[in-house]
Design a protein around this ligand. Sequence first.
Ligand code: PEP
Ligand code: MG
Length: 615
Amino acid sequence: MVKKPPAGSARGPEDTASEGEGLVRRKLTGIGVSPGVAIGNAYLLDRAHLHFPKRHVTAQEVDAELAKLDQALAKSVNQLQEMADRVKGPLGEDHSLILQAHILMLKDPHLVDVARDAIRKDHQNAEWALRRAVATVKQTFDSLSDEYFRERRSDVDFVGDRVLRNLMGQQADVPESLPKDAIVVARDLSPADTLSLARQQLRGFVTEVGGPTSHTAILARALSIPAVVGVEGVSELLGSGDALIVDGSRGEVLIAPSRMVVAKYRGIRRQHELANEELSALRDAPAVTLDGRLIRMTANIELDEEIPHAMAAGAEGVGLYRTEYLFLHHRRVPTVEEHTESYTAVAQGMGGKPAVVRTFDLGGDKLLPGGQLLAEHSNALGLRAIRLAVKEPLVMLTQLEGILRASAHGPLRIMLPMVGSVEELRQAKLMIDECKEKLRVAGVPFDERIPVGMMIELPSAVWVAEHLAKECDFFSIGTNDLIQYSLAVDRHNEHVAHLYQPLHPGILRALHHTVTAAHAAGIRVSMCGEMAAEAAYAGVLLGLGLDELSMPAMAIPRVKHTIRHWKQTDAVRLVKELLECATAKDVEVLLVSNQPEVELHPMALKPSVAPAGSA
Ligand code: PEP
Ligand code: MG
């Protein structure tokens, strides 16, 4: 829902009030998750819950409710038709067909007549009647034996939600073009909405919920958009159009800043730009310690279109492609062709540098709309990632086929998320073998020796790492989840963000155990969680012996620069001491006192993710 600006609530950035620093109308603090300064105007979105009014209408009101329903249906048809006319590009035809199917649904008597009858006979208001009709149609789809039709239930939901939003006068879509200077402010954003928004020219994000590793944060960093999450009550305090400054490094949101404050932040923004220019000079320099240890620096991507950005930042490959965003982009399970197209784009775009394609990590907070893929059981401890893949083998096999087909075009690697046991690893590898056999029989070229690795992000995987390492080609440590599951701290919950401690001695020991096990088995180990992106932790990761660090492209130059100031021997010595520490605070103190002097513009060393316990 787009909220109207409360009358007189905002002053623009050009306001003449002569307040100094600290006297802005209001300063809110949250968790800075993507560095940089955004100066612009709030654009409020509230799409988390669709509560609709439910009431019985009088006989006199029936005609008006029927007319209201007809209007909302007609408006929805027009919106979908406009969208279908607009979609272009290689996937355009496909999208257009889906949209046409949605239009047909809106004209289908099964939906429309049921809703009309509910108004006419049961005197339900239009919103309630529509919801009932949607539920009835879904039940019909449920009872069909054909899987294709069962899957269409989610389309009924999309269509139903659209009509409902139109009935209630709400915005049916995340807007396709935002006002100039927009800073999106929301209670929460679904990954799909974040994805649509992030593709537009927007200046920043502010949300009420979330932590440094939630999807809004990850996408904002990937696209270098300043963002602050966990700002309680912000969507109640602001109206669309209110002047705002977002400081994604300090986690601050300044509402209706004075002209002086705006001028100060323009200066800080310029400093960020200068620092980034300085760092970009390091693009082609290796990440090598003073005593010659070389670390591979790779990029995390969520969309294949981030590849040029990754190359520009000096990435030596893709260390993590979060392919679930491909599902979220299509809002359904992609076809083999769509998978192949995206992974081929990555393989070719990286110009011969290797790319790790992680099979989908749906579930948890990343769900497909309309309950596709058993969303109801998909919380963080439920059917997520590899568990969902085992449960839905056809979805996994389709993706694997896409990866294998694309592997003919460049060096790709397969990575399995959330593996918790040797059995799970074996199950997934059998699926890969099955897929390979299918392609062999069909004479389709693919990389027969494509490496298969797994993420270490569950404590159970850490403690059987010796066994897992014997049965796969590489490890990549997903600290975002490893910390979440080891410390029992929900990574998306701003109320426990202070307990999310990458430097917790328990985490350091788990990392140490994993790296030791991997090296004993002769396989390489990378880290692709956000911990790898933190320049302040570089010495710890060096000392632990990680071979590769994968991170949002924007963080590569800064981390590389820091690595170039460390000596491997010092890092190893330090880690030995850190492993004996009792608390995260002790670790932090020791680490800070051992940081090398890093000469660079001070802005370039600002952390992008808050250090231990200080979020
Ligand atoms: C992780 O858990 O650290 C990771 C990289 O995976 P994701 O953030 O996608 O869960
Ligand atoms: Mg993870």
